[in-house]
Design a protein around this ligand. Structure first.
Ligand SMILES: Nc1ncnc2c1ncn2[C@@H]1O[C@H](COP(=O)(O)OP(=O)(O)O)[C@@H](O)[C@H]1O
Ligand SMILES: [Mg+2]
Length: 290
């Protein structure tokens, strides 16, 4: 297959791709902000992500700048991201963001790898993600506000390395500003605004800013995908956290407390998944007697 460290697309190529996507129908069911789909430009597989059109062009320009700076900062912190282009186009009288990105194969998606590996393989994959979360924290620019969502659905494993592909919403901002951006760019934003106080969005975005909830996010997903292995996954994850020199004692306490049993999806997450008709696995039930 093509090497993923691809060349930049020319303007001409981008135009051709945009003209051709109208007919593309095959779409992934795992997205929230967009329904990403794969297209081919010659033999080059690309993912296209179309976002909710908005009126304000200046707002869109700001997001584009933030996105490109965000990708740069993630790469600076050691995260591998495929070639990713963001642009805006007219859609009726509104402005629509479009992301064009090098595509990975479905069998490379981390979520699929977690399903197909044996338990040892799952532990190795978890270690790769945990290592990356800690590396990000060590290497990132400490003078800026930045969020990061290292969840299974946002990664693939290509040539034995993790590649991170979810660059939207860009998170080069503090949590409050991100919460606002999420509501504004959400296809269900109007509805969410009516029923959810902004601070409840924190339940979702905490995971992008705090190490302990990052852990619960990843471990919770693994347990939902492998309910029969959930005890082993929990034990392994607790051990990882406990042994890591990069995690403070206070953080260890918090992480160990969160990983006593399979972490549950919060109610707001379940609602968000329902709204976006997002397929996912249910919470692992916790026996009440033990
Ligand atoms: N570059 C890519 N290569 C392969 N699959 C991708 C790529 N980008 C997105 N996908 C698929 O689409 C899903 C959603 O994409 P993502 O960028 O994470 O959007 P969202 O913000 O909606 O989560 C991913 O979980 C994955 O299944
Ligand atoms: Mg995602």
């Amino acid at each position: 297959m093509r090497n993923i460290a691809m060349n930049a697309l020319t303007t001409e190529e981008i135009n051709t791709i945009l003209q051709n996507i109208e007919s593309a129908e095959k779409s992934s069911v795992l997205g929230y902000f967009s329904r990403p789909f794969r297209v081919y430009h010659g033999d080059r597989a690309l993912f296209i992500k179309l976002y909710f059109p908005v009126n304000n062009q200046e707002y869109i320009s700001r997001i584009i700048r933030n996105h490109n700076d965000y990708v740069r900062e993630l790469r600076f912190a050691g995260i591998k991201i495929p070639e990713t282009i963001i642009l805006s186009r007219k859609s009726n009288r509104k402005h629509q963001l479009v992301i064009i990105q090098d595509s990975f194969r479905d069998d490379e998606l981390l979520r699929n790898r977690i399903l197909s590996e044996d338990l040892e393989g799952v532990k190795q994959l978890c270690t790769m993600v945990f290592d990356e979360m800690l590396q990000f924290r060590e290497k990132r620019n400490k003078d800026i506000d930045i969020g990061f969502h290292p969840t299974l659905r946002n990664y693939c494993v290509h040539e034995n390395k993790l590649w991170f592909f979810d660059t939207f919403p860009p998170m080069l901002m503090n949590q409050k500003a991100l919460n606002r951006l999420i509501i504004k760019m959400s296809p269900h934003g109007g509805f969410l605004r009516k029923i959810i106080p902004p601070r409840l969005i924190n339940r979702v975005t905490d995971e992008y800013y705090n190490l302990d909830t990052m852990f619960t996010g990843v471990v919770g997903s693994c347990c939902r995908l492998r309910p029969h292995d959930s005890e082993a996954i929990l034990e392994f994850s607790r051990e990882y956290a406990n042994n890591s020199p990069l995690i403070t004692d206070d953080e260890k306490k918090s992480i160990l407390r969160l990983l006593v049993r399979p972490p549950q999806l919060s109610g707001i997450w379940i609602l968000v998944r329902k709204l976006s008709r997002n397929t996912g696995r249910p919470n692992v039930s916790i026996p009440t007697s033990s």
